[in-house]
Design a protein around this ligand. Sequence first.
Ligand code: TGC
Ligand code: FAD
Length: 389
Amino acid sequence: STPTHPLALLAIDGLLTDEEREIRATVRAAADRELRPHVAGWFEKGEVPARELARTLGGLGVLGMHLEGYGCAGTNAVAYGLACMELEAVDSGLRSLVSVQGSLAMYAIWKHGSEEQKRHWLPKMAAGEYIGCFGLTEPDAGSDPGAMRTNAKRDGSDWVLNGTKMWITNGSVADVAVVWARTEDGVRGFLVPAGTPGFSAPEIKMKLSLRASVTAELVLENVRLPADAMLPGARGLSGPLGCLNEARFGIVFGALGAARDCLESAISYARDRTVFARSLASYQLTQQKLADMSVELGKGMLLALHLGRLKDAGELTPEQVSVGKLNNVREAIAIARECRTILGANGITLEYPVLRHANNLESVLTYEGTSEVHSLVIGKALTGEQAFR
Ligand code: TGC
Ligand code: FAD
């Protein structure tokens, strides 16, 4: 009989509006046409044409797509999640570019910036003419950003920044870096334009994950900025942590895109591959793997949609985002690894997307709060006791 797509099993599409389905179809078609044919090559080289990509993604309307005004599309959260899913079905690195641009750099400016900062940066960032990055993590402060050393000191009305940020997506190609730094007044955000004297962003090479994404260090040596470089609306760690909720939400959907792509590859491969004189898909062991993975994919999708509906109703809490990020990334990486077994030796090549996704998901498991951090956030919500420190 005709095979059913894993996501059609639970008829989840019926829970989407026509507009959400249309946006998803548009992003999927563009991603399949303009990104998918190139992505294995970018991954192999460890290089992406980031500027061209940003313009393509800006033209598609996905940069800051869930923000209102300033040239942004103003879609609902579910549509944004579905776009992340389609991009990550191609590669987590492409979704990363979009997450960091829209949910971290643009969102920080949109939420905490002055009117002048918003007008200056947001329309060009939405169009992909300017690229942004978001510098929170440091070499010695990842899960615990409160331990950051980067600092900003007043000199007259200017600010002088010193410190190092690490693992910064889009860092070396960014036109503007949102840099979080310690001040006398708590943690504050600063907009550092590329080319500011004392500021450099060397790229991090030799990665085995997210090779189709730019990752860099940000080095700030006596970087002098005018008073109006500071984001006026963010004070304290809640400023950057609030931005993370936005990007984590995109990952809840995005990771399922990578998982879906792996499962589609594995089902198609199992149907075509003959082992011991029969189709690999006809064996019970294979079917059990496929059934278990499809069940997890469907559950993850229902969870993502539920969180999306809560977000659109203005009710989504950080703990709920942690449930989604923890579950969906953990299941996505398990699915990617299991699919790899079905492909046998072919599974280790870039001819198929599966190990590329699995390798990418190693980063996704770690960034935006490791799985351990999200477990601890949920544990704190359940017990009222923080176990971070
Ligand atoms: P804690 O004392 O709990 O909180 C400090 C202040 O922040 C508030 N807060 C939040 N606000 C909004 N959203 C959240 N999710 C928040 N979590 C905490 C909190 O209410 C408090 O506010 P106030 O007003 O009382 O001061 O902070 P803590 O130091 O104990 O840390 C808590 C912990 C561990 C959960 C937090 O630090 C954390 O989330 N750590 C993980 C760090 C992380 O996720 N970094 C990601 C960097 S960006 C990135 O990875 C981009 S990759 C993207 C890509 O390429 O796609
Ligand atoms: P650590 O915090 O040192 O953690 C090491 C291990 O200890 C982990 O398993 C962790 O879960 C565990 N651990 C930590 N605390 C506890 C605890 N209390 N109890 C038990 N175990 C604990 N950051 C940005 O700011 N901007 C970006 O754009 C960005 N992009 C990234 C892109 C890539 C490809 C990668 C890999 C990372 C990126 N990051 C970015 C950094 C990312 O957010 C951090 O790597 C992440 O927050 C974890 O920090 P860490 O690597 O320092 O690990």
